[in-house]
Design a protein around this ligand. Structure first.
Ligand SMILES: NC(=O)c1ccc[n+]([C@@H]2O[C@H](COP(=O)([O-])OP(=O)(O)OC[C@H]3O[C@@H](n4cnc5c(N)ncnc54)[C@H](OP(=O)(O)O)[C@@H]3O)[C@@H](O)[C@H]2O)c1
Length: 199
């Protein structure tokens, strides 16, 4: 089993990468500043260059992507475009490119978050992206070839990175081990088109 984790130095990506490394021989970690596997998901050619150099993969997990946080009244069109180019089109382009590279029955996992469904001040730009990806996964999963599966994980705020006794978007933070467990659960089932919420 050959696995790629994009965003492998981040709060969520590093936890997934380190967890999978203990059980699988071929786990590749990629991010913009990586020496061995550099990738910028905002650039289709960069995704393509990474997949050209790796062996054919069975699993791709993406945890990379940003969006601007500001009060709604201050959000500019440029602010929206940051999230659209990074977290939204970065993940959409990843699926477009990856479907041509991965093995039959491979699994592609994207990352969204609680803001796709619940309100928190200053996060309209992020909510927009998460909701769009949920719709994308629901729809695009029907058209992927060769049994390729597409799902998303929507975590709540991660405990540790966020105070454990404070609610975020109406929910207490979630333990990173539990979030990693959800990604792993999806690797081992045959579902596609799902949004796996953990909050
Ligand atoms: N942390 C939370 O509490 C939380 C909760 C719910 C959902 N989420 C979502 O989960 C995702 C990951 O969050 P996180 O907190 O783990 O992020 P993070 O700690 O900021 O880490 C982001 C990772 O992605 C890489 N990266 C950033 N932009 C990239 C790009 N354009 N191309 C390739 N790699 C890129 C970074 O490395 P380089 O800088 O080297 O590229 C880093 O490895 C985000 O979509 C976030 O909205 C986070």
């Amino acid at each position: 089993m050959k696995i790629l984790v994009i965003g492998s130095t981040g709060t969520i990506g590093a936890a997934i990468y380190n967890n999978l490394k203990t059980d699988y021989d071929y786990v590749y970690g990629a991010h913009r500043n990586s020496k061995s596997c550099p990738v910028d998901i905002t650039k289709k050619e960069s995704i393509q260059a990474l997949l050209d150099k790796l062996p054919q993969l069975d699993i791709i997990i993406n945890t990379a992507g940003i969006a601007v946080w500001k009060p709604f009244s201050n959000l500019t069109e440029e602010d929206y475009l940051v999230g659209i180019q990074s977290k939204l089109m970065g993940q959409v382009n990843l699926v477009h490119v990856a479907q041509k590279y991965v093995n039959d029955n491979a699994s592609i996992l994207l990352t969204t978050g609680i803001l796709g469904e619940h309100y928190e001040p200053n996060t309209v730009g992020s909510s927009l992206i998460n909701g769009a990806i949920h719709s994308f996964v629901n729809s695009a999963s029907n058209e992927l070839p060769r049994g390729i599966r597409l799902n998303a994980v929507a975590p709540g705020a991660i405990a540790g990175a966020f105070p454990e006794d404070k609610k975020f978007a109406g929910y207490f933070p979630v333990k990173i081990e539990d979030v990693v467990g959800v990604y792993r659960q999806i690797l081992n089932n045959s579902g596609t088109g799902g949004v796996y919420k953990i909050y």
